[in-house]
Design a protein around this ligand. Structure first.
Ligand code: SF4
Length: 64
């Protein structure tokens, strides 16, 4: 699984970082989420899916 953030949509609430800090960082300077891994480890895939579901503007794009 790979994951990206659509920066046209991200509203910077930092929820993805709270749900899965192993995959999403929060950029305090730009006030947006950041993906910090190339490939999502299998054991974190469910939490990345949850982060995507909870991302209000739908900015988290998952590629299986
Ligand atoms: S949860 Fe969505 S809107 Fe919030 S910081 Fe992450 S990508 Fe951006």
């Amino acid at each position: 699984m790979k994951v990206q953030i659509d920066y046209d949509l991200c509203m910077g609430d930092g929820n993805c970082n709270k749900v899965c800090p192993e995959v999403f960082a929060y950029d305090d300077d730009q006030l947006i989420g950041r993906v910090i891994v190339d490939e999502v480890p299998p054991e974190l895939e469910d939490r990345v899916r949850r982060a995507a579901e909870e991302c209000a503007p739908g900015a988290i794009v998952i590629k299986e």
